[in-house]
Design a binder for this molecule. Structure first.
Ligand code: PEP
Length: 252
């Protein structure tokens, strides 16, 4: 049976005092989660704090982006090895905000995926279509190309140590959630695309849904056969809400 994971994406939010309270609450509440793992992806400056609060707990932490390069003259970039030094387990790559705001193309995302894997991090590879792409019937074409770029650059076997997050762009931060059936169809498509290269890896691949997940809709989404948890933005900043989503992912 595949594992379940709920990961918070804090984006550019937080401050030392608020983080201390949020991380402390998550640490305590996650201790008795069963059959579901929990993680938080925090802004770089707060990795030290996340490690301090979450060390020796059941909660993992990670970054929200990583450089495709190693050490060197890349002003502002943070390497995968640096993230490992802060004991990150995960790093998000290819989030739609990185793609749309910072212009990251599929090839750059694939290079970041590779840098993360090589350093021993678990990349959380985000894929998803815009509203226009969905409405013009292009979801599979767009998501397929996002997956194929990583497979072409790093090989299908690299998916064996990764997590994929299906995040329809039209559902991120909009309050508009994909229906469980829409999300399931996209997740099944993703799993089939990878199965065409490697059936065993595809069957074990953890695929998260992201896009306005809340405590109120998490249970229905996580009940779908190919949805293995969630990548959570806004709701990850509210301790009770985030932990209720984690509990909805439990397998007892
Ligand atoms: C995200 O940023 O990955 C996300 C899913 O955000 P939200 O939950 O706020 O839609």
């Amino acid at each position: 049976m595949r594992g379940r994971l709920v990961a918070g994406n804090w984006k550019s939010n937080g401050d030392l005092a608020a983080n201390e309270a949020l991380l402390g609450h998550i640490r305590a509440a996650a201790a008795d989660l069963q059959g579901a793992a929990c993680a938080v992806c925090v802004p770089y400056p707060y990795l030290f704090q996340a490690r301090q609060v979450l060390a020796h707990s059941t909660v993992a932490w990670g970054g929200q982006d990583v450089s495709q390069f190693g050490a060197g003259a890349y002003t502002g970039a943070v390497t995968a090895v640096m993230l490992r030094e802060f004991d990150c387990r995960y790093v998000i790559v290819g989030h739609s905000e990185r793609r749309s705001v910072f212009g990251e193309r599929n090839e750059v995302v694939a290079a970041k995926f590779g840098a993360a894997s090589q350093a021993g991090l678990t990349p959380i590879l985000c894929v998803g279509e815009t509203l226009q792409e969905r409405e013009t019937g292009k979801m599979e074409e767009v998501v397929g190309a996002q997956l194929d770029a990583v497979i072409a650059a790093k090989g299908a076997a690299a998916m064996g140590s990764a997590v994929v997050a299906y995040e329809p762009v039209w559902a991120i931060g909009t309050g508009k959630t994909a229906t469980p059936e829409q999300a399931q169809a996209a997740h099944a498509f993703i799993r089939a695309r990878i199965a065409a290269h490697h059936a065993v890896i595809a069957s074990k691949l953890v695929i998260l849904y992201g896009g306005s997940v809340k405590a109120a809709n998490a249970g229905q989404l996580f009940a779908m056969p190919d949805i293995d948890g969630g990548l959570i933005g806004g709701a990850a900043l509210v301790a009770e809400e985030f932990m209720a989503i984690c509990r909805a992912a439990e397998r007892r």
